[in-house]
Structure formats: structure tokens, C-alpha cells
Design a protein around this ligand. Structure first.
Ligand SMILES: [Zn+2]
Ligand SMILES: [Zn+2]
Length: 159
């Protein structure tokens, strides 16, 4: 039986294309995971959201609160590829006072909604905030002290 050279070529090419695609995908997954662990922004956020689970998102090896990991992961899956620093106020800076306080400044344009207990997310821009009345230990927490603050629905109600 004569060998079907054309068929062999097609099979080899298909196999080759498949390997190249698989290689690209695994490199993309590797790159997305490295960026997530280090807290870097994502070049292909929606791909990253597929390759990386929320609990893999860190900041130079430091663990993040799960609520913040989930918020970042959700932003990625919506095509917003910011790195973790985007959500953090620079070290040493004081978070602005929460919405609703006498000293509230220009932050009220955020459209905060409750995300998890003590956590809020802005519907417009994906920024996260903690409710300082829910998370009383935020002052001593290296990461919570670097997040925006807003009052959760419960505490806005004057409870
Ligand atoms: Zn906003
Ligand atoms: Zn609260």
C-alpha cells in the first residue's frame, strides 16, 4: 500500500499547529500566574481570569484578603487587567474618611455596593473599599490600612 504523503503532511501539520497552540496557551497561563502571584497587571485579563484562581492573586508573595482577591479576579474577568497596587493607597498615606462622615470629600462619586462582610466594591470602577466599622483592626493591618474606606449598608443605616 503506497504511503499517503499528503495525509501524513496534513497530520503532521495539524499536530504541529496543535503543539504551537498548546505551547502558547501554557506560556500564557504561566505568565498570567506569575503576574497574579506578584500582583502585576494582566496583559490579557480575561485569559488570566481563566488560568488563575482568585486565591493565587498576591502581592510580591504576600497573601491578600480573599474578598480583595475575588474583587480583582472579577475585574479581570470583565477585561480590566489592573495589578494589585491599583487598589492600594501608597504606604504611609491615610485612607480618606468614609462616605457619609462629616469629612467626606470627593469620594462620594463612587457607587459602592456591599460585596462581602465589611467589603464594598464600586459598580463603576471596580475599586474596593473596606467598612472601617466592620473591620476595626484595619489600622494595624498592613494591607487593609491601604484600602479605600466606605460605610457598608448596615453601618450607613446608623446602627
Ligand atoms: Zn468608582
Ligand atoms: Zn460595616
Amino acid at each position: 500500500m503506497p504511503r499517503d504523503h499528503a495525509a501524513e503532511c496534513r497530520a503532521w501539520n495539524a499536530d504541529h499547529d496543535h503543539q504551537v497552540m498548546a505551547g502558547n496557551a501554557s506560556f500564557m497561563a504561566f505568565s498570567a500566574r506569575m503576574r497574579a502571584v506578584n500582583g502585576n497587571g494582566q496583559l490579557f485579563p480575561q485569559q488570566a481570569a481563566k488560568y488563575v484562581t482568585p486565591d493565587a492573586i498576591g502581592l510580591m508573595g504576600h497573601r491578600l484578603p480573599l474578598a480583595l482577591q475575588t474583587i480583582i479576579h472579577t475585574a479581570w474577568s470583565h477585561g480590566v487587567g489592573w495589578g494589585v497596587e491599583h487598589w492600594l493607597i501608597p504606604p504611609g498615606a491615610t485612607p480618606p474618611p468614609p462616605d457619609g462622615s462629616l469629612f467626606a470629600d470627593g469620594l462620594s462619586h463612587h457607587d459602592w455596593r456591599d460585596f462581602a462582610s465589611g467589603w464594598l466594591v464600586c459598580d463603576g470602577c471596580w475599586l474596593a473599599a473596606i467598612c472601617p466599622l466592620c473591620q476595626l483592626d484595619w489600622v494595624d493591618h498592613p494591607l487593609l490600612s491601604r484600602l479605600l474606606q466606605a460605610l457598608c449598608t448596615h453601618h450607613q443605616g446608623g446602627a
